[in-house]
Each structure stands twice: as structure tokens, then as C-alpha cells.
Design a protein around this ligand. Structure first.
Ligand SMILES: [Zn+2]
Length: 488
């Protein structure tokens, strides 16, 4: 990339998270080239690629975006890694670089992100001396590296302390949204700071935007509405035992299901795998005190136990489980389940079917999985706030972003052209952008011997995942329908 950086200006390159199929393993490089051609670089996020097995390396444990040159080429002057939030596809690359012996610059992220990272360090037995400095950031914090200025902007997502960043070299300004929706009803978290974004609107030229939910019409589900809906569904079921499996990394659903139970005066039994209890512990340490919230109105158990008998079979089981077995003596007369993920809880569905227990899924109620990513109207709203901004899609297969283009044109959302793939290099100027290079990306595959093996990105390596999630024809149709609706 170095060869292309001979003119002053701001350069942007997605290193992971941006391809036809590799839409996890987020990592984005921003490099500012100063007048005297001195450079300053930062990266935003250093995630792991969920589908690393598809890269075909034996004994792989993870795959991470390739930031080797940023870590070794001193002229690039990598000053910081900013982390948008605590999810593995944005955070977990850090430990694999440290394990492989690399020294990372200072990391900036939220308090909860630091807690999850510290937990990862413990898990991978990374000693304190090897851990990079971590600076805890808050909404509105500003940082300066050479001519590059970075401001943290809070973001509504499914975890705590989620951020976007405003990045400026004094000429060009980018709003890097991080994973987010515009919802202002998030529980126990700061919502997206629309006020600050509006204040900065005139100067913002680009929005590097989370298009993960772009193929959904309307606004992303508001958490207040999710809660209302949960209460309604559970009431309607008229069952005493409610099974509510939650996706392990999505703190919002732990909270919303608990609040629904509280509202319905239903006792709660937390029940899950190690991962679940780990996250629950972190949430507690972070300050989400479920026992305090219960205020004696409902009873709270942290595992199935003989005390269950005292709950009169009137309880909600919240957790990560695919096996209710005989523990809860669930039967069709007294039990009901709400299945909150597309495929993750498939074995549980099987169990419920075998026992004739009724359940609802995200198929009938998409709202059940909550939403951390903006839908079409979220981005339409951000585009209305940012009239000068060109949108750069991330977190989304390229063909999905490309299929969105006719609707984007109709709505007046300016989309970059072409949609960036991993390792495309752009120069971003106030009034124009230039695609400078289209080298294919490299992934570094971590193996159990700690080494990082280089693998060229293949267009097919995520196909299995994609087929389950997106169909090209259906995506195009969906956008056509949205456009049709608006033309009427
Ligand atoms: Zn996320």
C-alpha cells in the first residue's frame, strides 16, 4: 500500500469485514499523509473472521485481518487501535496478534470492551506485561495524532459502550459509524448521539456505515418495542414456564427478556453454558444488577436447583441452552418457548417439537432477535442529517450493497462506487474519492501452534455462510419491492 501514499490526504482501506462473503473480521485502516509526506495511521477494530474453517487451513483456531505491514512499517506510524465495541468480529483479533508475538499500539475503547478484552487475555493466558495499554473512552472524547483528530460518538448496538468515530485530517472528515442503529430507547446504554452528529454534519464528507441490516425495510426494531412485543407474546401463550434462549454475545436480549419477566412478575432462572455465565458475570460487574432490579418482586436463580420447587413452576428460563432435558420437566401443558436466533437454537426447536411444546421463532416474529444494526430508514435518517456525506458500506456482502443502489438513488443516499472489497485502497477527499488499488486481501490464520499462516482471500470461502443468510435473487427482489412501495 505504501507505494500509493505519496500525496497528502486521507486514505482509507478496509482490511476485513467488507467482502462478498467475508463480512466479519472487521478492521479498517485510516492513514493521513501530511504536507511533508510524513504519515499517521490508526486502525478501527481488529476482529476475527467467524468462518475461518472455510479458509481450509488445518488446525485453524481463528483468522484475522492482515495488519502486519502497519505493525512493522514504521513510516506508516500506526498510533492507535480504536475498538467500536466488544463483539468478537471487532475485537478478538487482538489476542491472536499478541499470541503470535506482535507488539500492538495503544488500544482505545469503552469500559465494557476493556472488561471483555481482559477476559480474553485471561482465557488465552496473556500476561499483563504483554497487554497493550488500554485507554477507556467515553462519548465525546477527542484524541489527536499529528493532524489526525478522532472523536468518539456513542452508538446504539446490542452491547454496552458501543462507539462510532469522527475522523478528520483537517480537510476530509469521516463518520465511521461502527455497528449501530438510530434507536433512542436502548436500556442501560447510551443511544446513538444524533445531536452531536447533527452538530458536525456540515463538515462530514463520508459515512463508513454499518450496512449489516440494509436489506430490511423500515427502522431497526426499537428496544422499547421489542420489550412490549415479548410481554404480549408471553401473555398470549398463557403458559407458566417460558423458555427464552438468548444469543450469547447480545447483552440487549438478556436485559429485555429479564425486563419482560419482571413486568409479568415471572421468576427468572438463568441457565446456560460457560459462555453465558461468563457474559452474565461481566454484565453484573459492569453494573447491571438483576437482583437489585428484581426488588423482591420476583425470585432469581442463577442455575436450576431444588429451590425451583418454590417457584411454583412459574418462571422464565433465560440463557444459552439447546437442551432443557428433564431438568425443567417441560411439557406441552405448561411450557412455551421463544426462539431468538435463526439457526443457533435448532436443536432446541427439535426438543420442543419432540415434546409437543409450542414455540415462536424469529421467522414469525423477526423482532424476537432484536436488532443492533440499522435498517433502510435508519440510514435514510442518517443521510438526511448528513447531506454532504457519501456512504461507504461495510459489514455487508458487496452484492447486497450493490443491489441497494437503485433504492439509495431514489432516497438520495449517495453510495460510493464501486462498493469496496477488503484491501481496496481509497483516497478520500472533500469532493471526490479515488480508488487507488484493488489488491486481493490476505487473511492470517491462527493455528494451535500460535503461528499466523497467510491465506489469500477467495471469493468462495464464505459461501456456505452466505447461502444460509442471503440469497442474491431474494435480496434484489426485496429492494425492488421497497422501491416500488415508495414510488406509489
Ligand atoms: Zn456487533
Amino acid at each position: 500500500m505504501n507505494v500509493s501514499l505519496f500525496n497528502p490526504g486521507l486514505y482509507w482501506r478496509p482490511l476485513g469485514g467488507n467482502n462478498i462473503d467475508q463480512i466479519s473480521g472487521h478492521c479498517y485502516q485510516y492513514t493521513c499523509v501530511h504536507q511533508a509526506l510524513k504519515k499517521t495511521s490508526i486502525i478501527i477494530d481488529l476482529g476475527k473472521f467467524d468462518n475461518h474453517q472455510a479458509l481450509g487451513i488445518k488446525n485453524s483456531v481463528a483468522a484475522v485481518p492482515d495488519i502486519k505491514n502497519l505493525l512493522t512499517d514504521e513510516s506508516l506510524n500506526l498510533k492507535a487501535i480504536f475498538i467500536t465495541h466488544s463483539h468478537p468480529d471487532h475485537l478478538n483479533g487482538i489476542v491472536h496478534y499478541i499470541r503470535a508475538g506482535y507488539k500492538l499500539p495503544t488500544i482505545y475503547g469503552g469500559k465494557y470492551t476493556k472488561m471483555i478484552l481482559d477476559n480474553l487475555y485471561e482465557y488465552y493466558q496473556i500476561g499483563k506485561i504483554l497487554r497493550p495499554t488500554f485507554v477507556v473512552i467515553n462519548d465525546g472524547d477527542c484524541f489527536k495524532f499529528g493532524k489526525m483528530k478522532i472523536e468518539a460518538i456513542s452508538a446504539s448496538h446490542t452491547s454496552f459502550d458501543c462507539f462510532g468515530f469522527i475522523i478528520s485530517d483537517g480537510e476530509t472528515t469521516v463518520y465511521h459509524t461502527g455497528d449501530m442503529k438510530v434507536d433512542q430507547t436502548t436500556y442501560f446504554r447510551k443511544p446513538t448521539n444524533l445531536k452531536r452528529i447533527a452538530e458536525l454534519a456540515d463538515s462530514i464528507n463520508y459515512a463508513v456505515a454499518d450496512f449489516c441490516g440494509i436489506d430490511n425495510d423500515g427502522f431497526a426494531f426499537r428496544e422499547a418495542d421489542v420489550l412490549k412485543c415479548l410481554v404480549k407474546i408471553i401473555k398470549k401463550s398463557q403458559k407458566k414456564k417460558i423458555f427464552f434462549p438468548v444469543y450469547p454475545t447480545h447483552a440487549d436480549m438478556y436485559i429485555l427478556s429479564f425486563l419482560a419477566a419482571l413486568k409479568l412478575r415471572k421468576n427468572v432462572i438463568f441457565f446456560g453454558n460457560e459462555d453465558f455465565y461468563d457474559y452474565l458475570k461481566q454484565m453484573n460487574r459492569y453494573g447491571i444488577d438483576f437482583a437489585k432490579m428484581a426488588k423482591g418482586k420476583i425470585k432469581l436463580l442463577y442455575a436450576p436447583s431444588p429451590e425451583m420447587d418454590e417457584l411454583g413452576d412459574d418462571y422464565m428460563v433465560i440463557g444459552v441452552f439447546n437442551d432443557v432435558g428433564n431438568i425443567f420437566n417441560a411439557n406441552s401443558k405448561d411450557s412455551f418457548a421463544l426462539i431468538t436466533a435463526k439457526t443457533f437454537f435448532n436443536p432446541l426447536k427439535g426438543q420442543m417439537n419432540a415434546r409437543n411444546i409450542k414455540f415462536v421463532t424469529v421467522k414469525e416474529y423477526p423482532i424476537l432477535q432484536g436488532a443492533g444494526h440499522g435498517f433502510v430508514e435508519d440510514w435514510n435518517k442518517i443521510a438526511a442529517i448528513l447531506p454532504n456525506a457519501t456512504f461507504i458500506p461495510t459489514h455487508c456482502p458487496c452484492f447486497v450493497a450493490e443491489s441497494f443502489r437503485p433504492l439509495a438513488d431514489f432516497l438520495g443516499i449517495k453510495l460510493i462506487n464501486p462498493i469496496p472489497k477488503n484491501n481496496y485502497l481509497y483516497k478520500l477527499e472533500k469532493n471526490q474519492y479515488t480508488l487507488l488499488s484493488k489488491q486481493p486481501a490476505v487473511w492470517l490464520v491462527a493455528k494451535d501452534d500460535l503461528a499466523l499462516a497467510e491465506v489469500w482471500q477467495k471469493a468462495t470461502s464464505g459461501i456456505g455462510f452466505l447461502k444460509r443468510t442471503f440469497s442474491r435473487r431474494r435480496t434484489v427482489q426485496k429492494f425492488e419491492m421497497m422501491l416500488c412501495k415508495r414510488r406509489k
